[in-house]
Design a protein around this ligand. Sequence first.
Ligand code: 5CA
Length: 439
Amino acid sequence: MTLRLSRAFLPTLKETPAEAQIASHRLMLRAGLIRQTSAGIYAWLPAGLRVLRRVEQIVREEQDRAGAQEILMPTIQPAELWRESGRYDDYGKEMLRIRDRHEREMLFGPTNEEMVTDIFKQFAKSYRDLPRNLYHIQWKFRDEVRPRFGVMRGREFLMKDAYSFDLTKEGAQHSYRQMFLAYLRTFARMGLKAIPMRADTGPIGGNLSHEFIILAETGESQVFVSRDLLERDVLAEAPDYDSDLTAQVDFWTSHYAATEEMHDEAAWAALSEDKRVSARGIEVGHIFYFGTKYSAAMGMAVTGPDGQPVIPEMGSYGIGVSRLVGALIEANHDEAGIKWPDAVAPWAAAILNLRPGDGPTDALCETLYARLGSEGAVYDDRPVRAGEKFADADLMGFPWQAIIGPRGAAAGRVELKRRMTGEREEVSLEDAITRIKGG
Ligand code: 5CA
C-alpha cells in the first residue's frame, strides 16, 4: 500500500460541512475518515478504517483477557427467534424488517440475545458446559428516529456484544464483574476515562445494569460523578479474572456516579462540594444482568450437578466500537483538528516534505519513510504549499509530525512536532525514529 499522500485516498475538506453539529462529526468528515451514504449510515475511508480497527483490537484483546471467546454471528436474523422471546413486536419501529424471496420474515439485527441463546443452547447440555462468555464484533442496525452526530448515533453501527451463561446467580454476578473490570481497562487503554454508572435497562431488560460514560461537553446525557472516580488510575491494577473481583468493583459502585434518570439529589448533596463533578457524558458501553429472561423464553436448560434441569443465568455486555471513534475525537481535538492518542492513531507519524524536488530533502524523507514503513507513517510528498501540509497534518491528527526542509536536510536534522502538546524539537534521524516508534 502506498502511503504517499500524492497517491493515497485521504481526502480532506477545507470547508466545514454544514450538517455537522459537533466537533467529532465535523472532524471525521473534514479529515476524510468517513462519508455519509444514507442518513445515519457511513462508509469508512482508509484513515477512519484504521482507527476503527485499532479500537476494535483493543476491545478484542481485553475481552479475550477476561476469558470471553470470539465468534461471529450474522447481521441478518430470522423473525422466529424474536417471536420466541416476545421482542419481535415490542422492539417496534427501531427494527429494520426484511422479507426474503420466499416471503420469510427476517430482520437486520439490532442486538443478539436471541440468536446467541439459540446457538449456545444446542451445545450446552450439562452444568459442565458452563460458564461461558461468547462475544462478537458485528454491525448492527437500529432505525433511530433521529440519527445524529455522525457515528455517535448512527443507524448502522459497529458493536462488540458479549453474552454470558452461568449456572447460578452468583456465577452470573462474577461474569458481570469480569466484564465490568474488562471495560474499565478497555477504555483506559484508549486514554479515555469511562465511569460506570447505574443505569436503566430499557428494551434489553433485567434489573442490574451499568452504563460506561466518558465526560465530554457534547455528550447526550447529564451525569453526576464523584471526583474520586475520575482520579482513579485504572491501568495500575490489572485484575486476576479468576479471583474474587468484588472488592475492585465495590470501589466503583460505592462512590457516587449517576445519569440524570438515576440521579439521587439527597445522596449527591451529602457529598462534599469539592468532590462533586456534574458534566455531560457519552455512553460508550452498557452491561446488563437479566437472569433467565431469554434462556427461559427460548427453552434453554442444562442438567445440574444433581441431575435436575437448570435454566442458565445470563448477562449481555455492549461496547459501541464505531461510536468510540467519535467519542475519542470529542475527547482529543482542538481548533485545528484531531489529536489522536498513540493507542488508536491511524499512523504514528506524517512526514512533511517542505521542498519536494530538492535532492537532500527528498532523500532524508525517503530514508525516514523507509525506516518507519507504510504502517508507521504517511509521507506528504505532494507538490503543495507547506502551509497546506501543516494544516492537513494537524487536521488528521497524527501523533507525530516529522518536518523536513532543505535547511534541516543539509544538516541531517528532522523537526519533530508532538500533536498532543504542540511541543517541537530538532533531532537527528535516529532520534526521530526512536521517538516515533516509542509512542
Ligand atoms: N445487547 C445489549 C448489550 S450487548 C445492547 O444492545 N446494549 S446497548 O443498546 O446499550 O448498546 C450497546 C452500546 O452500543 C451502547 O453503549 C452504545 O455505545 C452503542 N450504541 C447503541 N446505539 C447506538 C447507535 N445508534 N449508534 C452508535 N452506537 C450505538
